[in-house]
Write a protein that binds this ligand. Structure first.
Ligand code: NAD
Length: 294
């Protein structure tokens, strides 16, 4: 059996088309053009690539973008000062501070300084709290991308056993919050699943993974998920990005395609979906900020 491919590139094109139309409509009805301010501190090559791709994606759907490039020696006070300026700039609907930041800067303080309405990464505790309470303002981009990939491919998580590998604030934890909650008018994306989160401290990890109808791997260990950890016919979503010998590979071993029914590739799976949902959140931010000033 060869798993069906969950093509994040193709799905992204469809969603970006929808976003581009909505951006045009917003401009037509209100003259507002959504804008994303990206902040890059230091010279991390991977961060450079991520920011460049995000800005190109903005351009492709008609969202304005600006890059604020700061040297690695930037102080925390200088960065907080820039964020405050961006909070006050009406043309900026979304603020993206590319992580990781240099060690001398407290990431939590920086996230806290972003106006929660402009927090299009949805990392601010206010947005995390709203998600936890079942009334999300924004969904964090990577788990949102995974949710869209599942729902738009007709893979229902309602009543399913979902196992998430990894409990980070960026992927694993918000992924569990999205998929375990009850859908409502405030939260149509909620998955209604039975969710188990496994991590470094989990006993019998392999056995828990075998129980998954949907297995989501977000740990950052190349080819960690092997076929014997996957139930026949399961859906496997690979969030991992690992560089091995200059090649990007996921957390899922390619041989898992022999047992899974659906498998998302790396690259070309969750990566493009993450950027697409950032565009969606930036559009949504422009709409929310507009409704606040009316
Ligand atoms: P992280 O390092 O913050 O968290 C990793 C989690 O995995 C931790 O909870 C840890 O307990 C768990 N873990 C690590 N090794 C494990 C092991 N051997 N067994 C069980 N659990 C283990 O990472 P993150 O930010 O959540 O990212 C995870 C992966 O996803 C990375 O490869 C990252 O590059 C990738 N990622 C991809 C996207 C995307 O858009 N595709 C976005 C964010 C992160």
């Amino acid at each position: 059996m060869a798993a069906k491919r969950l093509d994040g590139q193709q799905l992204s094109q469809t969603i970006r088309g929808e976003i581009a139309n909505a951006v045009k409509q917003l401009a037509h009805s209100s003259g507002i053009i959504p804008g994303l301010a990206a902040v890059l501190v230091g010279d991390n090559p991977a961060s450079e690539v991520y920011v460049r791709n995000k800005r190109r994606a903005c351009e492709s759907v008609g969202i304005a973008s600006w890059l604020h490039r700061l040297p690695a020696s930037t102080t925390q006070a200088e960065l907080l000062n820039l964020i405050e300026q961006l909070n006050q700039t009406p043309e900026v609907s979304g603020i993206l501070v590319q992580l990781p930041l240099p060690k001398h800067i407290d990431e939590a303080k920086v996230i806290l300084a972003i106006n929660p309405l402009k927090d299009v990464d949805a990392f601010h505790p206010e947005n995390l709290g709203l998600l936890t309470a079942g009334h999300p303002r924004y969904l964090p981009c990577t788990p949102f991308g995974v949710q869209q990939m599942l729902s738009r491919s007709g893979i229902s998580t309602a009543g399913a056993n979902v196992v998430i590998l990894g409990r980070s604030n960026i992927v694993g934890k918000p992924m569990s919050l999205i998929l375990m909650q009850k859908p409502s008018t405030h939260f149509p994306e909620a998955g209604d699943a039975t969710v188990t989160v496994v991590h470094r401290g989990t006993r019998s990890l392999e056995k828990v993974c075998q129980s998954a109808d949907v297995l989501i791997a977000a740990i950052g260990v190349a080819h960690f998920v092997k076929p014997e950890m996957v139930r026949l016919g399961a859906t496997v979503i690979d969030v991992g990005i690992n560089s091995v010998g200059g090649k990007i590979v996921g957390d899922v071993d390619p041989s898992v395609a022999e047992v899974a029914e659906w498998l998302s590739p790396v690259p070309g799976g969750v990566g493009p979906m993450t950027i697409t949902m950032l565009l969606y959140n930036t559009l949504r931010a422009a709409q929310l900020l507009r409704s606040q000033t009316e």
